[in-house]
Design a protein around this ligand. Structure first.
Ligand code: COA
Length: 255
């Protein structure tokens, strides 16, 4: 891997998009490497959570590579969107939590990558937006579908139709990011959240993610059915027995 770096430490893998001279813009090669990386991490038993960030101090990911998109026609345009969508879907469906550490510009495909993550934290200097319409295109890596599901169509359409980016604090105020850190504290702050999740039951975390991720696309009755199926699955695990007995043991009367 040349354009994507992975650092593993204590159950957390940090994936760094490493193209800082182009503000980590997503060309076809970066997308391909990211798909391979995330697929590998999905099956890696030593990894319980993943952090996604960008190399350098300016950008998380400044979008799809405009140089590559500039000459596309209908068919390769559709293929480009499918390639990016495949990546965001792999991230969204990863059987472990993925946290975005947004360390600067998250524009276009960069914000769409962050939207596929389970949790998003931004540095105070970050700018988040979908500026595609100002380039004469539309978001193509899932942004038109995931942003309204996260924010509602009113806020999402405002961002998509104007193309104006938001500052980190504005993004936090509308729930686009879960929290904001000073730039020098971003990675440590996100790591603290990842460690907290890692300290919980790993199967429970995976199935809770699955319940939310799959359930959001279902009518309520089917979502509840899914929830009870998954609840049944966690109810038979060693992890549950250990978690429950540790809790009950601690609270045994001491007389
Ligand atoms: N695709 C390809 N290259 C990109 C890029 C993108 N999305 N975003 C930035 N770059 C490149 C620039 O071309 C420049 O490369 P160069 O030094 O070889 O010319 C380098 O990254 C640095 O960018 P630069 O524009 O000089 O930095 P800046 O601080 O002046 O501006 C941005 C930063 C993010 C405001 C600006 O780069 C920008 O608007 N990028 C495009 C964002 C966008 O529209 N993304 C959605 C694409 S669908």
């Amino acid at each position: 891997m040349e354009l994507v770096e992975v650092q593993k430490d204590g159950g957390v893998a940090t994936v760094v998009v490493n193209r800082p001279d182009k503000l980590n813009a997503l060309n076809g090669a970066v997308i391909f490497e990211l798909i391979e990386t995330f697929q590998g991490l999905g099956g890696d038993e030593d990894v319980g959570a993943v952090i996604l960030t960008g190399a350098g101090e300016k950008a998380f990911i400044a979008g799809a590579d405009i140089g590559e998109l500039a000459n596309q026609g209908v068919l390769d345009g559709k293929d480009n969107a499918r390639h990016g969508q495949r990546l965001t879907t792999v991230i969204e469906n990863l059987p472990k939590p993925v946290l975005a550490a947004i360390n600067g510009y998250a524009l276009g495909g960069g914000l769409e990558m962050a939207l596929a993550c389970d949790l998003r934290y931004a540095s105070s200097n970050a700018r988040l937006g979908l500026p595609e319409v100002s380039l004469g295109i539309i978001p193509g890596y899932g942004g038109t579908q995931r942003l309204p599901r996260l924010l509602g169509s009113g806020r999402a359409l405002e961002m998509i139709l104007t193309g104006d980016p938001l500052k980190a604090e504005e993004a936090a105020a509308i729930g686009l990011v879960n929290g904001v850190f000073a730039p020098s504290e971003l990675l440590a702050g996100v790591r603290t959240v990842a460690d907290k999740i890692l300290s919980r039951g790993r199967t429970a975390v995976a199935l809770a993610k699955q319940a939310v991720r799959r359930g959001i696309h279902l009518p309520m009755a089917e979502g509840l059915e899914l929830e009870s199926d998954l609840f049944g699955m966690v109810s038979s695990t060693e992890e549950m027995r250990e978690g429950m007995s540790a809790f009950l043991e601690k609270r045994k009367p001491q007389w």
